[in-house]
Design a protein around this ligand. Structure first.
Ligand SMILES: Cc1cc2nc3c(=O)[nH]c(=O)nc-3n(C[C@H](O)[C@H](O)[C@H](O)COP(=O)(O)OP(=O)(O)OC[C@H]3O[C@@H](n4cnc5c(N)ncnc54)[C@H](O)[C@@H]3O)c2cc1C
Length: 353
């Protein structure tokens, strides 16, 4: 049996570990605290179409190829763990002013031209889907094929699936892959991946996010993911069984302190979108570090005869996990996955062999 060492057990490393073990590898994951990085903090939105923009064909293609894999990936995970990870189907983006309405029309036209389904909705259409939204929502863009997962249910299920498949865990930080004695190594250490494989163009981008719980008598949480821009800032509400996740701020920073300004903006923007949310209980404010690359696409591929990297998933690492797993398994077989070609690490000097 060939051996595989995985450095970093976030959503990316855990999913690779599980599927590689099922494919016959003897897998060991190194992580001092598996599943508690950015993957624990995230919102869990799977929305590559709603985030489409003219000129960003590669991101759309990559994200859509992973979204298409999500139902099978989740079903497989459910078979092994008896856990359903989906939190919502359908993503509704609303415009609260005329400039945003114009942008939604641009997205709808461009994304539809790439062959994906998006619906434009008038005020009444928006309220029909989500009656609790602000009356200021003048136009909606609905993506029926997009999804959301409960990221923490996902992490818990992946840990269980990995253990059930025979993956071993070592609670240790790896400082150099040279010390690891495995036939193959995967570096999936999120924003700290460059400390494990020097030169990878990955930097931390901070994001704060809130978790709110509905209380007796409050407006029920939305059924769909809801997104908008308020005062030029992006805000989204991702449903959970007991409430919503409100995300997310974005700064070029490497600390995980939750700031007063971040919480204030998220609450104000969420209330502008769904006024009833002010009555919810705020039970968690947390920050995480997205592993970002210069072009916002991940780095997935071989960087040496023994090392494959799977990192730099930025704002969309939950979305792009199923495609990443397939691409890494292909690399381990000595093959390439065509749909992952935009993520080749050798497009940057630090990712060359
Ligand atoms: C606020 C916020 C909201 C987000 N919302 C979404 C969303 O809605 N949808 C979406 O798709 N994505 C979202 N993301 C992005 C997503 O969370 C990340 O892209 C994804 O979690 C990256 O996964 P990862 O496994 O690469 O990294 P991580 O989850 O950070 O895991 C890396 C792991 O590596 C370990 N590690 C690090 N260094 C070492 C070392 N030297 N040795 C051993 N182990 C090490 C860490 O302990 C950690 O467990 C969001 C992120 C944030 C911060």
């Amino acid at each position: 049996m060939r051996s595989l060492g995985i450095v970093g057990g976030g959503v990316v490393g855990l999913a690779i570990a599980w599927r590689a073990a099922e494919a016959g590898w003897s897998v060991t994951v190194f992580d001092p605290d598996p599943g508690r990085g950015a993957s624990w903090v995230a919102g869990g939105m799977l929305a590559p179409l709603s985030e489409g923009w003219p000129g960003e064909e590669q991101a759309l293609e990559f994200g859509a190829a992973s979204l298409a894999r999500w139902p099978d990936f989740a079903e497989r995970l459910e078979t092994v763990t008896d856990t359903s990870v989906f939190a919502a189907d359908g993503v509704l983006t609303v415009a609260l002013d005329t400039a945003d309405a114009a942008d939604l029309r641009t997205i709808a036209e461009w994304v539809s031209r790439q062959g994906f389904e998006l619906w434009l909705l008038d005020r009444a259409g928006v309220r029909e889907i989500e009656p609790a939204l602000s009356r200021g929502a003048r136009l909606g863009l609905f993506a029926p094929e997009e999804l959301a997962v409960d990221n923490r249910a996902l992490i818990t299920a992946l840990l269980r699936a990995a253990v059930a498949a025979g993956v071993e865990f070592v609670a240790k930080e790896v400082t150099s892959v040279g010390t690891l004695r495995f036939d193959q190594i995967v570096v999936s250490a999120g924003h700290t991946s460059p400390t494990v494989w020097a030169g990878l163009p990955v930097r931390p981008v901070k994001g704060e996010i809130l978790r709110l719980r509905a209380r007796a008598g409050t407006t029920p949480p939305p059924e769909k993911v809801v997104r908008a821009r308020v005062h030029g800032r992006s805000v989204y509400l991702v449903p959970r069984a007991d409430g919503v996740v409100v995300g997310a701020t974005q700064y070029e920073a490497a600390d995980t302190h939750v700031t007063v300004a971040g919480v204030r903006d998220l609450i104000a923007d969420a209330e502008a979108l769904m006024p009833g949310i002010g009555e919810y209980e705020l039970y968690e404010a947390i920050a995480g570090l997205r592993p970002m690359t210069p072009d916002n696409l991940p780095l997935i591929g071989r960087v040496s005869d023994r090392v494959v990297v799977a990192t730099g998933h930025g704002r969309n690492g939950i979305l792009t996990t199923p495609l990443t797993v397939d691409a890494v398994l292909a690399e381990l077989r000595g093959d390439h996955l065509a749909e992952a070609k935009h993520a080749r690490p050798d497009r940057f000097p630090g990712g060359k062999r």
